[in-house]
Design a protein around this ligand. Structure first.
Ligand SMILES: Cc1ncc(COP(=O)(O)O)c(C=O)c1O
Ligand SMILES: N[C@@H](CCOP(=O)(O)O)C(=O)O
Length: 472
C-alpha cells in the first residue's frame, strides 16, 4: 500500500514512513492511494469475528511492507488487552433502532485510546526495526493528550511534547495529562485555543529544517495510522447490526473530523453506510458548511463539550481531496484561501456529493445538558456531553429511517463531571485507578502561542525536562 498527500506534491510513501512522518511535506495529509475493499462474502465471513481478529483483517491491507505487519495480531491483542470491556467497544441498544457504541473503555476513558494504544505499539516496533528515535509534537483539546501520553510514556525511542489550550480543557482531562511524571513526556499549556495549538504543531511540521532536526512525528489524526485504527469499530458495529445485508448509519460527535472520516473510509471499503451524521456543539462550522457549502471561521467559544471546541477540522481536508476529484492543486488552492480569507465555498456538485452522505446537526450547551438528563431519567445512565451530542444527533435525524442508527459514545462521563452533575445532580466517580487523580502533583509549562518560542524550547529540550516543580 502506498500513500499520497492531499496536496499532491509530497513524496508518495509506504506505511512505515507515513506512520513516522505526520504531516506531509507539502502541508497535506496522507491517505491511501486506493482503498482496500471487502466484498459481501468477505463481510459475511468477518461478521462473527472478535474485535481483535476483525482489526487484523481491516488493518493488514493498509500495512503491506511494514516492519510491524507480521506481528500485527500480537500488537492488536496487546493494544486492547488493557480495555475495561471484553468486547473492546461494546454496542448497546438505546431504544428501537438507536444504538450506542461505547468507545471509552480504554485506559484514559475516551475513544482516542482505540487508535493510540495501537499507535504506541506500532511506533515501538517500527522505531526498533529502524534503530531510530522520534520527537512527537501533538495538540489536544483534552482527550488526544492523555491517550497519547498513556501510549508513549516511558518509551525509550520517543519524546512527546503535548500542547493543550490553557484553561480550556476539563480539570479531569488536564490532570490526566499533567500528573504523569515521566522523563519523555512534556505538557505545554498554551495561552490560546485548540486551533492555536494545532496551528503551532502544523507550523513545526512545515518548518522542514526543524522537522528534520528532531525527526518529528505526530499522534494527532493528521497521522494516517490514527484514522486506520478507528475504521475498525465502524465495521464492528455495522456487522453486528446486519451488514452487509442491511445498511447502517452513524452519528458522530465531531471536532477535528477524524472520527467521522474513519466512517467515510469504512464506507469506501465496502461497509454499507447509509448516512454519517456530524454532531457539533455551538462551535458549528461543519454544520454551517453542510447547510450552505461555505466553510467560514467565526471564532470558537468554550462549551460543555470542550474536545469539540475546534474550528479548523484537520481531517476535512482528506474528504475535500475526494470531493475535488483527488486534485491536489485544487485542495492546495482551497486550503490557502481558507487560511488567508477565513472561508471558502464549495461548488454545488461537490457539496451535493458531500450532503448525499453527511448531515450536520448542532446542539448548544442547554440542549446537551437536556440530552444527558433525558437519558438519565429514562435509563438511569450517565452520559458525557460529547456522547450526549451524538445521541441527540442520532435521535433528531432518526425519523423515517429504517436502518439502525449508531451514536458514538466518545468519552466516559467521569471526564466531564461538572456538566454531568449540572444535568443530573449526580457526580460520576472516576474508576478506582484514577481515584486520587485530583490529589496528584501536576507538571506543565505555561507557554505563549508562539512558534519561535516553542521551537526554541524543543531545541533546548532540557529546559522542559528540568521543569521539576509543579507549575499549575
Ligand atoms: C470526547 C470527544 N468526542 C468527540 C471528539 C471529536 O472527534 P474528532 O476530532 O475525531 O472529530 C473528540 C476530539 O477529538 C473528543 O475527545
Ligand atoms: N478533540 C481532540 C482534538 C485533537 O484531535 P485529533 O483527533 O486530531 O488528535 C482532542 O481531544 O485532543
Amino acid at each position: 500500500m502506498r500513500y499520497i498527500s492531499t496536496r499532491g506534491t509530497a513524496p508518495t510513501l509506504e506505511f512505515d514512513d507515513v506512520l513516522l512522518s505526520g504531516l506531509a511535506r507539502d502541508g497535506g495529509l496522507y491517505i491511501p492511494e486506493s482503498w482496500p475493499t471487502f466484498s459481501q462474502e468477505d463481510l459475511v465471513r468477518m461478521s462473527g469475528m472478535s474485535y481483535c481478529d476483525l482489526a487484523v483483517e481491516i488493518i493488514a491491507p493498509f500495512m503491506t511492507g511494514s516492519a510491524a505487519l507480521n506481528k500485527l495480531p500480537q500488537l492488536i491483542e496487546a493494544a486492547y488487552a488493557g480495555f475495561g470491556h471484553p468486547a473492546v467497544t461494546p454496542l448497546r441498544q438505546l431504544e428501537g433502532n438507536l444504538w450506542l457504541l461505547e468507545l471509552f473503555h480504554g485506559p484514559t476513558l475516551a475513544f482516542k485510546d482505540v487508535a493510540l494504544q495501537l499507535l504506541g505499539q506500532l511506533f515501538e516496533v517500527v522505531l526498533e526495526a529502524r534503530d531510530q528515535r522520534v520527537t512527537i509534537v501533538g495538540a489536544t483539546s483534552g482527550d488526544t493528550g492523555s491517550a497519547a501520553i498513556e501510549a508513549v510514556m516511558g518509551k525509550a525511542r520517543a519524546t512527546l511534547y503535548m500542547l493543550h489550550p490553557k484553561g480550556r480543557v476539563s480539570e479531569v482531562q488536564r490532570r490526566q495529562m499533567t500528573t504523569v511524571d515521566a522523563a519523555n513526556i512534556h505538557n505545554l499549556a498554551v495561552a490560546g485555543t485548540f486551533d492555536d495549538c494545532q496551528d503551532l504543531v502544523k507550523a513545526m511540521f512545515n518548518d522542514q529544517a526543524f522537522r528534520d532536526r528532531h525527526n518529528l512525528a505526530a499522534v494527532n489524526s493528521i497521522n494516517w495510522a490514527r484514522v486506520m485504527a478507528q475504521i475498525v469499530y465502524y465495521f464492528w458495529a455495522g456487522l453486528a447490526l446486519g451488514a452487509p445485508h442491511r445498511p447502517v448509519a452513524f452519528a458522530v460527535p465531531t471536532g477535528n473530523f477524524g472520527n467521522v472520516y474513519a466512517g467515510y473510509a469504512a464506507r469506501q471499503m465496502g461497509l454499507p453506510i447509509e448516512r454519517l451524521v456530524v454532531g457539533s456543539n455551538h462551535n458549528d462550522i461543519l454544520t454551517r458548511f453542510l447547510d450552505s457549502g461555505t466553510m467560514a471561521m467565526e471564532g470558537v467559544s468554550p462549551s460543555y463539550s470542550p474536545s469539540m471546541d475546534i474550528q479548523v477540522s484537520s481531517n476535512f481536508e482528506r474528504l475535500l481531496f475526494d470531493l475535488l476529484g483527488r486534485d491536489g492543486a485544487a485542495v492546495t488552492a482551497t486550503m490557502r484561501q481558507f487560511r488567508e480569507e477565513g472561508r471558502f465555498t464549495l461548488d454545488p456538485a461537490s457539496l451535493a456529493q458531500a450532503t448525499a452522505l453527511f448531515q450536520g446537526v448542532r446542539f448548544d450547551d442547554e440542549e446537551t445538558l437536556a440530552e444527558i438528563a433525558r437519558r438519565h431519567t429514562r435509563d438511569g445512565e450517565l452520559t458525557d456531553p460529547h456522547s450526549a451530542i451524538a445521541i441527540a444527533a442520532a435521535r433528531s435525524t432518526a425519523k423515517g429511517s429504517v436502518c439502525p442508527l449508531v451514536a458514538l459514545a466518545t468519552a466516559h462521563p467521569a471526564k466531564f463531571p461538572d456538566a454531568v452533575e449540572k444535568a443530573t445532580g449526580l457526580r460520576p466517580a472516576l474508576p478506582t485507578r484514577l481515584a486520587d487523580l485530583l490529589d496528584r502533583p501536576e507538571y506543565a509549562l505555561d507557554v505563549p502561542a508562539d512558534l519561535a518560542h516553542l521551537e526554541g524550547l524543543i531545541d533546548d529540550g532540557d529546559k522542559v525536562a528540568q521543569q521539576g516543580a509543579p507549575t499549575i
